[in-house]
Design a protein around this ligand. Structure first.
Ligand code: ZN
Ligand code: ZN
Length: 89
């Protein structure tokens, strides 16, 4: 959990991407134990989604991870030279 922040009013949920304060903002926890507040999925994707290293799109599906690199699909991973990858269901 992070405390403090950017001089927010206590209790107010402020999107950390666009700064919108929104009463239906939601929090997303990441595997490293961080948590982030967003007002929309668009902002959450902007902040958290990995980018395909081959075609540069935001990976918002399952994606493929190979040797610490992220790709949107097995095709991109293989085009980028990663071996032995397949789309994860
Ligand atoms: Zn936002
Ligand atoms: Zn791709």
């Amino acid at each position: 959990m992070r405390t403090g922040g950017f001089g927010k009013t206590a209790g107010m949920a402020v999107c950390e991407v666009c700064g919108n304060d929104y009463d239906k903002a939601f929090q997303v926890s990441t595997p490293d134990g961080d948590s982030h507040t967003f007002d929309s999925f668009e902002c959450a994707i902007h902040a958290l989604a990995p980018t395909c290293e081959y075609c540069n799109v935001k990976v918002i599906g399952h994606g493929v991870e190979a040797d610490g690199h992220f790709y949107c699909c097995a095709h991109c991973a293989s085009m980028a030279g990663a071996e032995g990858v397949a789309d994860r269901a």
